[in-house]
Design a protein. Structure first.
Length: 115
């Protein structure tokens, strides 16, 4: 295996999101691009990011938004098949980006992760 591939695989294993996922034993690796919006009175912060892990009730991703525990989020994918609200349940700060775990506020019928 080329050195670049080994280095990339090692960096993925050591990412903040991967470390955070260890606290969610049922987390499954996924790669789902989403638009994320922080829902706060009088403020709108949003960004595009990628869900890196998912459980039946949570999504884990990296974010550059100024997020805090219990913040409300709206998570949507491009085709609209995932449109859900969630709240932040865990954060792991890592420089400019933060690994985030957010739990859906209601069951999501079309979510791909099943128990």
């Amino acid at each position: 295996m080329p050195r670049e591939a080994v280095a990339k695989a090692r960096s993925l294993q050591d990412s903040a999101t991967t470390r955070l996922a260890k606290f969610f034993p049922s987390a499954t690796p996924v790669r789902i691009p989403v638009h994320l919006t922080r829902v706060a009175p009088g403020e709108v912060f949003d960004e595009n990011t990628v869900i890196e892990f998912g459980t039946q009730k949570e999504v884990l991703f990296c974010s550059a938004l100024p997020l805090e525990f219990a913040d409300r989020l709206r998570v949507e994918n491009a085709d609209g098949s995932l449109r859900a609200e969630a709240h932040v349940v865990a954060l792991q700060y890592n420089g400019q980006r933060t690994a985030v775990a957010a739990r859906f506020t209601h069951p999501v019928a079309n979510w791909i992760i099943k128990a």
